[in-house]
Design a protein around this ligand. Structure first.
Ligand code: ZN
Ligand code: ZN
Length: 221
């Protein structure tokens, strides 16, 4: 009887262990495409139309991808520049998962960002942050809301039109840095990825998000 109970207990703990693994697997697989948005204590009292967006490629980021996304972004906002490529900071390396911590990259870039600028770091390496109760969660982008810097990664982008996905991702994180939260409109660039790749469904900023950006000097039709 005791043996039966023990066997039953053992079976239950194996089942529970397997369920936990499965749950973690599901959460991981649905979570990998999330973009992050974190509230920031920074008050967004910067005057409209006086901000320069600086693209800051990290080593290994394709220069071709950077110039492609620059050409698309400059049509939306008149003050965009490309900074020289720099090394990824060692302090942001997260050895247990062989990737870089997005929060550390943002902090690093924020410290380098002059007044009236917003920096976007671009990397081909995998990036992560703490999210949904997980200490280290892979993301495609992270921006503080509002903030002086944000970061995007091409590592998890997949499918036909990477250039278009990178463009939409940059606009999404820029939106966060200017104080825009996630948006419930499914076609809006500010929607939360919610674990999927939303880019094919996104057609532009919705009227509500657009209005907030137009007053900041964005050229949106
Ligand atoms: Zn977001
Ligand atoms: Zn919207």
């Amino acid at each position: 009887m005791l043996q039966n109970k023990c066997t039953l207990k053992k079976t239950h703990s194996i089942i529970s262990w397997l369920s936990n693994i499965l749950l973690a697997g599901i959460l991981l697989s649905i979570g990998i495409l999330l973009t992050g948005c974190k509230d920031s204590p920074l008050k967004d009292n910067r005057p409209a139309r006086e901000i320069t967006f600086a693209l800051h490629p990290f080593e290994t980021m394709s220069q071709h991808d950077v110039s492609d996304v620059y050409s698309a972004l400059i049509k939306i906002y008149p003050s965009v520049k490309i900074n020289e490529s720099i090394k990824l900071p060692n302090g942001a390396w997260y050895a247990p998962r062989s990737r870089y911590r997005a929060d550390s990259l943002i902090k690093y870039l924020s410290n380098k960002t002059p007044a009236s600028h917003i920096t976007i770091g671009l990397t081909s390496k995998d990036i992560s942050t703490a999210k949904a109760g997980f200490a280290d969660w892979g993301v495609i982008g992270l921006g503080y809301c509002p903030g002086k810097a944000c970061v995007v990664s091409t590592y998890r982008l997949a499918g036909k039109d990477i250039a278009s996905q990178l463009y939409k991702l940059c606009l999404h994180e820029w939106g966060h840095t200017l104080g825009l939260p996630h948006c419930a409109v499914s076609t809006c660039f500010m929607r939360d990825a919610e674990g999927k790749n939303p880019f094919n469904e996104e057609t532009g900023f919705c009227n509500n998000c657009k209005a907030k950006l137009v007053v900041k000097g964005w050229h949106l039709n």
